[in-house]
Ligand binder design. Sequence first.
Ligand code: M6R
Length: 611
Amino acid sequence: MCGIVAYIGRKQAIPVLLEGLKRLEYRGYDSAGVGVMDGGLKVARAVGRVRVLEEKIDETGGLPGTLGIAHTRWATHGGVTEANAHPHRDDRGKGHGIAVIHNGIIENYAVLKKYLEENGHTFTSETDTEVLAHLIGELYRGDLEKAVQAALREVTGAYAIAVICEKEPDTLVVARKGSPLMVGVGNGEYVVASDSSAIVAHTTQAFTLADYTVAKLTRESFRTSTIDDVEITPEVRELEFELAELDLGNFDHYMLKEIHEQPRALRMCLQGRIDVRGGEIVLGGIAQHARTLANTKRIVLVGQGTALHACMVGRYLMEDMAKIAAEADFASEFRYRNPIVDFGTTIIAVSQSGETADTLAALQEAKQRGALVLGIVNAVGSSIARETDAGIYLRVGPEIGVASTKAFTGQVMTAAMLALFIGRRRYLSQEYVGKMLGELAAIPDKIQRVVDASDTIRSIVAKHVERENWLFLGRGINYPVALEGALKLKEISYIHAEGMPAAEMKHGPIALIDSGMPAVFIATRNSQYEKVLSNIAEVRSRGGHIIAVATEGDGHIGTVAQDVIYVPDAPEQLQPMVNVVPLQVLAYHAAVMRGKDVDKPRNLAKSVTVE
Ligand code: M6R
């Protein structure tokens, strides 16, 4: 989704802003723009990549100035045009030289626009953001901070904004509600951004703006207040990751880097949390809720996309190991279903970014209804992490590739630890938990073996890469793995792929099978192995081409599948973490072979901050 960078300090703003926008490119966007203050306000905007904007700025001879705002736009209100790109300005004739960048949606923009038009404002774009620029201009009485506060008291919806004004050339005002925004605190300078990846090159000290909060930044100091002007003191903290973690290293794409990082990332996820000998799990973030969790009647895991697939695996784990009734649901559907949630229910919100608007809204709804709400989140200090009652961080490091990989395995690993943590407090023996923890600790090495077999997977993909329709089939705990395999393939290679329970095929979808259609079966040896073999036979006898993900040493599978990807054996509950990896690798190679931009797939945003 939209990315925001803003700078005030003593350096030239443009290099800081463009470098920041490049760091935020992974979030997804379709146009970009900057506004810089230098005597007056100068704006440049362009459709397409940040480098197009950069070229445009170069052609004009550069934009000098030490105060500026910059934006990457992911279109919602209004098409992908230069006129709709940010920054947006207040009415030039009557205006004050105000420029605004915005991430989020102003829901009552139509009413506000009508009011402003009746008061003589003319609009040049179709965006909701331009309304905000005019509204701030309309309310400006010589104090930008106050005008922003007043405007935000009138709007409903979500926003992270940065605002500059020609009449106050040494002031940057930023604010947020519902969309992410972080302020990096440097020496005589501030770098504001949608996430820390655009800040760490300049400072490791930062604070996250709370909802309904405004920050006024000058080169000398800052002041934070609510939109009602009650002064507040934010908590400045140390950013936890290094700039080096954001670099590609020797990899061609972030997705590939992150696939390869999984063994190390999962070791980090486990570090200090499991005591194999003692059969105990230490989860400091949720320790104070241990008793409530042990007595909880029902667990509902909510997320979107890949995170939802992790929720679905988590559901099996909660039922199987914690022995608690569990469900997994799209956060977006749960939120608007009038769900039955009470004090006996625990909601677990799963999210890599911690900013997914649907997931945030779902947990807020559940909290209002009295549930205990936990988070399984990667991004430290993110909105979901802050809004939940307690939680567990993934600790898998920043995920930049739009296609989520290490976050998925980290989410499943964390859900497994949580299920064992709860189960141990209910009925699981120390011996059983100790054994399972030993198996958890062995998963990173098993994933490493799959990653090392990438060439075999690539040669299988090469045979089928021209096919436009694929199926991914699995049963039980491998059904979500099939869904995840299909999602990975479609989101980065644009191949149509469907994931479904293998048994569901004969209830309709089997009609899709035609000669040579690739059908990827998750067929590792587990309690449903024989049934999966039957499903394979059904598809093969109708001409489907079977690609099986199977257990090393399975001598039979090669007689029923035309292609086999062997993976190490693990306990059934933990096998999804191993089984998903060849599907990530498969999708990656398919996208590369089809010449797609793996890390920036069309239409997609890394972090979806609108509902
Ligand atoms: O940041 P989140 O985990 O909340 O994101 C949820 C989904 O948008 C995300 O998993 C998405 O489906 C991935 N791009 C899939 O690879």
